[in-house]
Design a protein around this ligand. Structure first.
Ligand SMILES: CC(C)(COP(=O)(O)OP(=O)(O)OC[C@H]1O[C@@H](n2cnc3c(N)ncnc32)[C@H](O)[C@@H]1OP(=O)(O)O)[C@@H](O)C(=O)NCCC(=O)NCCS
Length: 124
């Protein structure tokens, strides 16, 4: 990703086909999220984040980075963008409800509270 900027925006209905293709290419047979973000690098879809809003929490249902582009900080940037959005929506917590990805979430500042991994919005 060096020198290239990840463009992140909310998923729209018209993204359904490319998002479904992306998820399937990356081993996930799932409907495109009703609520989520996508990340693009030079116009190519490289990351999808599905989320739900619940009280003062933004719950991350899943975050998938293109298998060929992992460990290049794309996941980290997706979460920074999510945190900026959560702050605008006055939500206090980012919560990762999915058990997989624990090590990644812990590397990017999430802490296990015994039920889920969470990070307070506003902490880097
Ligand atoms: C987990 C996932 C989203 C991480 O995305 P990524 O773009 O590769 O992560 P980043 O490059 O931004 O990594 C951020 C930090 O997490 C660490 N990290 C990333 N993946 C990791 C893993 N599988 N295990 C341990 N640490 C990991 C990186 O080393 C980096 O640490 P550092 O900045 O301190 O060096 C990606 O591997 C993926 O899509 N996996 C399959 C789906 C999945 O398991 N999603 C998570 C739960 S839904």
């Amino acid at each position: 990703m060096k020198g290239q900027r990840l463009f992140v925006r909310p998923i729209e209905e018209s993204d359904a086909v490319p998002v479904r293709d992306f998820l399937s290419r990356n081993g996930m047979q799932a409907d495109p999220p009703r609520c989520g973000l996508l990340g693009k690098l030079v116009g190519e879809l490289v990351a999808v984040l599905a989320m739900e809003l619940e009280g003062d929490e933004v719950r991350i249902e899943h975050l998938i980075v293109d298998a060929e582009l992992r460990r290049k900080r794309i996941g980290r940037v997706m979460l920074s963008e999510l945190a900026a959005l959560a702050a605008k929506m006055d939500r206090r917590w980012l919560v990762a409800s999915n058990a997989s990805g624990r090590e990644f979430f812990s590397r990017v500042g999430f802490v296990d509270d015994g039920h889920a991994m969470r990070r307070e919005v506003g902490t880097p």
